[in-house]
Unconditional design. Structure first.
Length: 163
């Protein structure tokens, strides 16, 4: 399914591996597409580009495996991002692009649930924050220094206010 809003389109390829995602969000496909569209609309001004993204909604076991395989960290985490483009791709501009594959995001149900319980936060709010965080990584944002962390965090907060 493709969502079209003001000529901007987003295609979300969704894989659900953990049953709790579907029980929490009965209309998960539509829910995700609307959020991703809002995230991208607040970042990109071009409305003529088709953005594509793949999202894996999984659990602890697979997320731990992915984290170990790709980051050499043997533990669960909330979100992993796998950008399809080089870091500077989006700084060059997208004027000549008609379709852009952003990359893949994986999210762990149990990890998000444990964080929200420990910190007395809303699952929905934290899930949206992790989606924003993941998308920002796909388009080249990093937080490996305090300056980059601050810049990314401010943008995250701005986007979250709009969704």
């Amino acid at each position: 399914m493709i969502i079209k809003k003001k000529s901007q389109m987003v295609k979300v390829n969704l894989v659900i591996e953990h049953k709790n995602w579907k029980s929490r969000y009965p209309k998960l496909n539509l829910f995700l597409k609307k959020i991703i569209e809002k995230i991208l609309s607040s970042i990109f001004s071009s409305r003529a580009i088709i953005f594509e993204i793949s999202i894996l909604l999984t659990g602890t076991k697979n997320m731990k495996y992915l984290n170990k395989k790709f980051r050499k960290i043997n533990k669960d985490t909330d979100v992993l991002s796998f950008p399809a483009e080089e870091k500077n791709f989006f700084k060059k501009g997208l004027k000549s692009k008609k379709k852009v594959y952003l990359g893949d995001i994986a999210l762990s149900y149990q990890y998000i649930e444990s964080i929200t319980k420990k910190q007395n936060k809303s699952f929905d709010d934290y899930f949206k924050k992790m989606l924003v965080h993941g998308v920002l990584h796909l388009i080249g944002y990093e937080h490996d220094s305090f300056k980059k962390y601050k810049k990314m965090n401010l943008l995250e907060q701005k986007i979250i206010r709009n969704i």
